[in-house]
Design a protein around this ligand. Structure first.
Ligand SMILES: *[C@@H]1O[C@H](CO)[C@@H](O)[C@H](O)[C@H]1NC(C)=O
Ligand SMILES: *[C@@H]1O[C@H](CO)[C@@H](O)[C@H](O)[C@H]1NC(C)=O
Ligand SMILES: *[C@@H]1O[C@H](CO)[C@@H](O)[C@H](O)[C@H]1NC(C)=O
Length: 740
């Protein structure tokens, strides 16, 4: 039952298992006689991680979860445990208090709920105003019934969100686990639930997530979304099928006046599709929604919806990540309602007249004149009651998953996503938990996908400030997201790792800090007022003698005419760059097809528009000498060397793939220096000019510098890679199979 982490360097070395705590800054926390650390709540202000576990509520330090813990022992009372045991449940595994729900309530209190030995209970937990207060206690007078908030059965999934002072929970509200509901409680407004015993509303649902998403600037339009999977009513007759769902409700729903009293009048749901085209032309569906992560964007109304799915089929085993947009979700809820005329009819899109206001719309000034759902006309309430299901499903962006794994002995279960500004652009890094107790770290490179696998026992994970916190059955782990040092001491390894958190800084693989961006943005706002004080963005670029490099400079205005100047030394005159067939100017910058020693110097890119010239960028080019001038270490690919750079910015990535297979490892280092140089310049579109090293023509010359250490590392990598391949596992590096 140890937490193990597969030692994974560059994705390729796996198999070696190392105790977690010994490994690159990973810390862990365990608690004797407890388990099941299934509810995590981050508190940035206090620097705490609150955790719900078996019989305990914990407060851990975000800096180091292994120290300074506070805990509240919160068992179920003895009489409840006995009652539970009489009902036939196991006294040690079932008849205890599993703390499943922890939310922020207000500035000084959390709200937490536990199963309480099949007697759900909730409590306000005092955490103090500030971190220094070190307050962490339950006020016994503020313990209350948790029915409709926490599940009875620790094995039952539940999802909830606390908004304002109201809790919205998707949960079973009875001991037998038959009456499932989406329930609003706490707060001043009346408690509201879904229609009972109506399979059109909810049909044996398994709730996986719940979120509050504003729809406009008016809070009256705010919606709560529930994600779940359930037995599909519309697929009855074809056997029992599970569909994944997204459900919506209005925050200001007060229920109906004569009908649907204290029930949702704005509840709608539809199917979430995540599928891949099968060999026979029909789609294969990943129908078991497992987890959802909302990645917030600058626009609170439009987060990105990342979801993980697995299959229920015994024939086809696989998991996938699908990405949805709020626009597509809203469009489905504005589409036709699913309608079934009677027991012997098919489900069809409703063709008749939909009453006004359209069910699913919140009563608000934005879309109408109703002040409360209690004022909705009867026909609206009746329609809503009989049409909770939409006809159109929600498809993922690009109509396909962004990451798929098939024929593996595990399923995806959890997901956290972190948006990273890396040296060569923005990446969404996915951390995918599996039922085998592993975490896959995956970045999604457009068209080609790449992943980095780490093995870790897990139940829930959260991302915060460059740390990943993983809750599991046996403990909690804290893993830095940017474990750049695992990529070794060589530039090649750092670059090959393609970890957007890391970059080669010239001596080691370190955390990449996108520092140039801010200053650039700031300077550009001042340019029109004071051109003289305008600070030009400066970059450094390394080119390898004899190979190509690209000095990127894209003017904001497409109308601007770009010119380049060159200055050999700070003292020498600045002159215009002379273009020839070795030095080409493209729309996006200056392409040096074959770098020479004399190219060293400072290049400036100027935009000219309406007679006004502005210097956009200064690039200091340094030339890394090739040891064999007669034979360049990497010959520019004749296919791409001539023309302007293509627009596929990730092309160079494929070159890496080739290099990894290439027997001549010394070349990797050379390539790496180039890519790093370009990464360092923050010039992603430049990457396309990267010279490929074609497999069929090993052009790689001798490398003079002693690189034994690096060689050794790379050989290790290869060994690891081979080991994986011999295990019969698909190589996690395979870019195509993983992504498509
Ligand atoms: C937070 O809520 C608790 C429980 O209702 C209450 O006792 C406390 O005074 C509240 N704190 C603030 C700052 O409102
Ligand atoms: C720009 O600089 C000013 C101070 O000079 C700072 O207050 C502001 O936040 C900066 N803006 C950005 C976008 O970095
Ligand atoms: C690798 O490069 C070395 C040095 O140029 C060369 O001697 C050797 O033949 C190359 N090996 C292969 C397999 O291409």
């Amino acid at each position: 039952h140890h937490m193990l982490l597969g030692l994974l360097v560059l994705v390729l070395i796996s198999g070696t298992k190392t105790p977690l705590q010994q490994f690159h800054g990973v810390r862990r926390f365990e608690l004797e006689r407890s388990c099941c650390f299934s509810a995590l709540l981050l508190d940035e202000e206090r620097g705490r991680l609150f955790v719900g576990a078996k019989n305990f509520l914990l407060s851990l330090s975000l800096d180091n979860i292994a120290k300074q813990e506070h805990k509240i022992y919160w068992p179920a009372p003895v009489d409840w445990r006995e009652e539970c045991n009489w009902a036939g449940k196991d006294i040690t595994t079932d008849c205890v208090n599993y703390v499943k729900i922890v939310h922020h309530y207000n500035r000084t209190h959390l709200y937490a709920c536990g199963t309480g030995a099949f007697h759900p209970t909730c409590a306000f937990v005092e955490v103090g105003n500030r971190m220094e207060d070190h307050v962490f206690r339950i006020d016994p007078s503020k313990v209350e019934d948790g029915k409709g908030k926490s599940p009875y059965d620790p094995r039952h999934p539940a999802a909830s969100v606390l908004v304002g002072d109201e809790l919205y929970a998707g949960v079973a509200t009875d001991l037998m686990g038959r009456d499932f509901t989406i329930f609003r409680s706490l707060g001043r407004r009346p408690s509201i639930r879904t229609e009972q015993h109506d399979s059109r509303w909810l049909n044996e649902p398994k709730f996986v997530g719940s979120f509050w998403v504003p729809e406009s600037e008016n809070p009256d339009d705010d919606k709560i979304f529930f994600f779940f999977r359930e037995t599909a009513v519309e697929a009855q007759g074809l056997g029992k099928s599970t569909y994944s769902r997204i459900g919506q409700l209005c925050r200001n729903d007060m229920g109906g006046q004569r009908s649907l009293v204290n029930k949702w009048t704005t509840f709608l749901k539809t199917r979430l599709i995540c599928s891949v085209p099968g060999a026979d032309g029909s789609d294969t569906y990943f129908d078991e929604l497992r987890d959802v992560f909302l990645l917030q964007t600058r626009d609170r109304k439009n987060p990105l919806v990342y979801s993980v799915f697995s299959t229920s089929s015994s024939v086809f085993k696989g998991s996938a990540v699908c990405l949805y947009s709020m626009n597509d979700i809203r469009r489905a809820f504005l589409g036709p309602f699913a309608h079934k005329e009677g027991p012997n009819y098919q489900w069809v899109p409703f063709q008749g007249k939909v009453p006004y206001p359209r069910p699913g719309m919140c009563p608000s000034k934005t879309f109408g004149s109703f002040e409360s759902t209690k004022g909705f006309p009867d026909d609206v309430i009746q329609f809503a009651r009989h049409h909770p299901l939409m006809y159109n499903p929600v498809y993922p962006m690009n109509r396909r998953p962004i990451f798929v794994r098939t024929n593996v002995d595990y399923s995806f279960t959890q997901l956290a996503v972190d948006r990273v500004n890396a040296a060569d652009g923005q990446y969404d890094v996915m951390f995918i938990g599996t039922d085998k107790g592993t975490v896959l770290k995956v970045i999604n490179v457009p068209k080609e996908s790449w992943n980095n696998m780490e093995e870790l026992l897990l139940e829930e994970l959260e991302v915060f400030k460059q740390q990943l916190y993983v809750g599991s059955h046996t403990g909690i782990a804290q893993v830095p997201l940017h474990r750049c040092s695992v990529y070794g001491k060589a530039c090649a390894e750092c670059c090959l790792a393609r970890d957007p958190y890391c970059a080669w800084d010239g001596t080691s693989c370190t955390r990449y800090l996108p520092n140039t961006k801010r200053s650039e943005r700031n300077t550009s706002t001042h340019t029109h007022t004071h051109t003289h004080t305008h600070r030009v963005a400066e970059r450094k670029l390394f080119g390898v003698e004899g190979s190509s490099t690209f000095l990127e400079c894209i003017p904001k205005s497409l109308q601007a005419r770009v010119t380049w100047t060159f200055q050999k030394h700070p003292q020498s005159p600045r002159e215009e760059v002379r273009l020839d067939d070795r030095l080409l100017q493209t729309d996006r910058g200056l392409l040096v097809r074959r770098v020479l020693k004399r190219d060293v110097g400072v290049y400036q890119c100027h935009a000219m528009e309406h007679g006004f010239t502005q210097t956009l960028l200064g690039i200091t080019l340094e030339v890394v000498p090739s040891t064999s001038p007669s034979e360049p270490p990497v010959r520019p690919d004749p296919r791409s060397g001539g023309g302007p750079p293509s627009t596929n910015q990730k092309l160079w990535y494929r070159d890496f793939m080739q290099l990894v297979d290439h027997p001549n490892l010394s070349a990797v280092d050379q390539i790496c220096e180039q890519v790093w140089a370009r990464k360092n310049a923050g010039a992603d579109p430049a990457e396309k000019s990267f010279p490929t090293a074609p497999k069929e023509a090993p052009p790689l010359g001798p490398v003079g510098r002693p690189a034994n250490k690096k060689w050794k590392h790379l050989q290790e990598i290869r060994k690891g890679r081979n080991r994986r391949t011999h295990d019969g596992k698909p190589s996690p590096r395979a870019p195509r199979s993983a992504g498509e």
